[in-house]
Design a protein around this ligand. Structure first.
Ligand code: LLP
Length: 427
C-alpha cells in the first residue's frame, strides 16, 4: 500500500513511532491519527482559499475536543450538524461565530442552543425551518445570520456528476420552479433572520470538478436573480464539501489549491458577467482533511485459506469500526504492518469478528502469504467517517483514537469499556 511508512526493519510507523510499540501501549483495534498531517492539511486548505474565503471543517467526518482545538489554532471554522457536535465544539473552545449549524431536521432545542450561543450561521434547509429559526431568534431578541441551502440539480459521485432537473432527496430547497427564489423572498421579510448567502453541497468523495463548477454557476445565477428582484447583493456563498481522497492507488484526488483555483475563477467570472460584487466564498471539506491522516491498526486472529477462492484474514474489529465497506462498497487498501515479508502475495479478504458475512473491512487485497495470527494489519485512510460512524454492534467496544504528534502518542478519544456499555443499560 502506498500510504504507509515503514522503518528499516519494514515495520509500519506513524510520526516516527513503531506500530508494534503502539499496539503494545494502546491495544488494537485502534485509530492512529497523525496530528502534524492534520494540521498541514488545514493549512493547505486555508492557504489555497486565502484571506477572502473561509474553510469550515465538516465535523461529521470526525470530531473530538482535540480536533476542535487544532482547527481553532489553525484558523479554520467548523460545520456541525447536531447538538452533540455543537456541544463538543463549544466545550473545546471554538468561538461560536466560527461555527455553522447544518441539518435537514434540526430540533427546536438544537436551534435554540445555537442561536443562544451566537453561532456564525445556521444553514436553512426547508421552508418550515426559515420560519422556525426566525421565530426562535426573535423570541431571544436576536437576529440570526443564515444561509439558504439550495439543491442545484447536480448530483456528484466519485468520478462523474449527473445533472438532474428535480433531485429526489431530502436536503435543501430546489432551485427548480423558483423554489429557492421563494425561500429568499420569505427569509428577507423576517426580522429574526439576516440572510447572508446561499449554500450548495453536491455530494461526497468527488474527483470530477465539473459538478462543483456547475454548482458555483447556478448559485451565482440565483444571487443575480436576488439582486434583480430585491436590489440586495447577498455577500456570501458556500459551495460545500465533497472533495475525494485516495483510498486505493486507483484514486487520483484533486488538491485543495486546484479546487480553490477552479471555484475562484468561475465565481469571479460569473459575477463579473452579471455585474455582481464577488461574494465571500466558503467551503466545507471533511474527508479531504481528516481522511488521509489516520489508519486503523488491527491484530490478526485467524486465517482461513479457502482453496481456489481466497484467504480470509480475520481481525479484532470490523464493521463496528468501519461500516463503509459494508454500507457503500467502499474500497480500502491494507498492509502487513508489524514486519516485513517477502512471502508470495495471496488474494485475501480482511474481515471482522462480527456475526454476519457482510462484515468486511477490505474486500480484495493481496497480503503476504505468511500472514498469521498475531500479525498487525494497517488499513490506511480511515480518518473520516469511521470512528464517527462506529457502532456497538454485538456490544463491540468502540476503539480509541490515538493522536501522534511531535514524536509522541496520546489518546484523544479513549477506548470504550464494558462499563461504558453497561452504564447505559439501566433496565
Ligand atoms: N457539508 C455538508 C453540508 C455535508 O453534508 C457534508 C457531508 C460535508 C460538508 C462534508 O463532505 P466531505 O468533504 O467530507 O465529503 N458517510 C459518508 C459521507 C457522508 C457525507 C455527508 N455530508 C461516507 O462515509 O462516505
Amino acid at each position: 500500500s502506498r500510504t504507509v511508512r515503514r522503518n528499516a526493519d519494514g515495520v509500519v510507523t506513524v510520526g516516527g513511532l513503531d506500530v508494534r510499540a503502539l499496539a503494545e501501549e494502546f491495544g488494537t483495534p485502534a485509530y492512529f491519527l497523525d496530528e502534524d498531517d492534520f494540521r498541514a492539511r488545514c493549512r493547505a486548505w486555508k492557504d489555497a482559499f486565502g484571506p477572502d474565503a473561509d474553510v469550515f471543517y465538516a465535523g461529521k467526518a470526525f470530531l473530538s475536543r482535540a480536533i476542535v482545538r487544532w482547527l481553532t489554532e489553525e484558523g479554520l471554522n467548523l460545520d456541525v450538524c447536531s447538538g452533540g457536535e455543537l456541544a463538543t465544539a463549544l466545550d473545546a473552545g471554538m468561538p461560536a461565530e466560527r461555527i455553522a449549524l447544518h441539518g435537514n431536521n434540526k430540533s427546536v432545542e438544537e436551534i435554540t442552543r445555537a442561536v443562544e450561543a451566537g453561532v456564525g450561521r445556521i444553514v436553512l434547509d426547508s421552508f418550515q425551518e426559515i420560519v422556525r429559526v426566525a421565530h426562535i431568534a426573535e423570541k431571544l431578541g436576536k437576529r440570526q445570520r443564515v444561509q439558504i441551502r439550495v439543491t442545484v440539480g447536480v448530483e456528484a459521485h466519485t468520478h462523474e456528476f449527473i445533472a438532474t432537473a428535480h433531485e429526489d432527496q431530502k436536503f435543501g430547497i430546489a432551485l427548480a420552479d423558483g423554489q429557492a427564489a421563494e425561500a429568499v423572498r420569505r427569509a428577507l421579510k423576517l426580522d429574526g433572520l439576516e440572510l447572508i448567502g446561499i449554500h450548495s453541497h453536491i455530494g461526497s468523495q468527488i474527483f470530477d470538478m465539473a459538478g462543483f463548477e456547475v454548482s458555483a454557476r447556478r448559485v451565482v445565477q440565483l444571487l443575480t436573480e436576488v439582486r434583480d428582484e430585491h436590489g440586495v447583493e447577498l455577500p456570501e456563498i458556500d459551495l460545500g464539501g465533497g472533495l475525494g481522497i485516495a483510498y486505493t492507488s486507483a484514486d487520483d484526488p484533486r488538491e485543495p489549491h486546484e479546487i480553490a483555483k477552479a471555484l475562484g475563477e468561475i465565481v469571479t467570472k460569473e459575477c463579473a458577467a452579471a455585474g455582481l460584487g464577488v461574494p465571500r466564498l466558503s467551503v466545507e471539506p471533511g474527508r479531504a482533511i481528516v481522511g488521509p491522516t489516520a489508519f486503523t491498526l488491527y491484530e490478526v486472529g485467524t486465517v482461513k485459506e479457502l482453496e481456489g477462492l481466497r484467504t480470509y484474514v480475520s481481525v479484532d474489529g470490523g464493521m463496528s469500526d468501519n461500516i463503509r465497506t459494508a454500507l457503500y462498497d467502499a474500497e480500502y487498501s491494507v498492509a502487513l504492518a508489524s514486519r516485513a515479508s517477502d512471502a508470495e502475495p495471496m488474494l485475501s479478504r480482511v474481515v471482522g469478528k462480527h456475526c454476519e458475512s457482510g462484515d468486511i473491512v477490505v474486500r480484495d487485497a493481496f497480503l503476504p502469504g505468511d500472514v498469521a495470527p498475531g500479525d498487525l494489519l494497517a488499513v490506511p485512510a480511515t480518518g473520516a467517517y469511521c470512528r464517527s460512524m462506529a457502532s456497538n454492534y454485538n456490544h463491540a467496544l468502540r476503539p480509541p483514537v490515538v493522536a501522534v504528534g511531535n514524536g509522541a502518542a496520546r489518546v484523544i478519544v479513549r477506548r470504550e469499556t464494558e462499563e461504558d456499555l453497561l452504564r447505559l443499560d439501566v433496565g
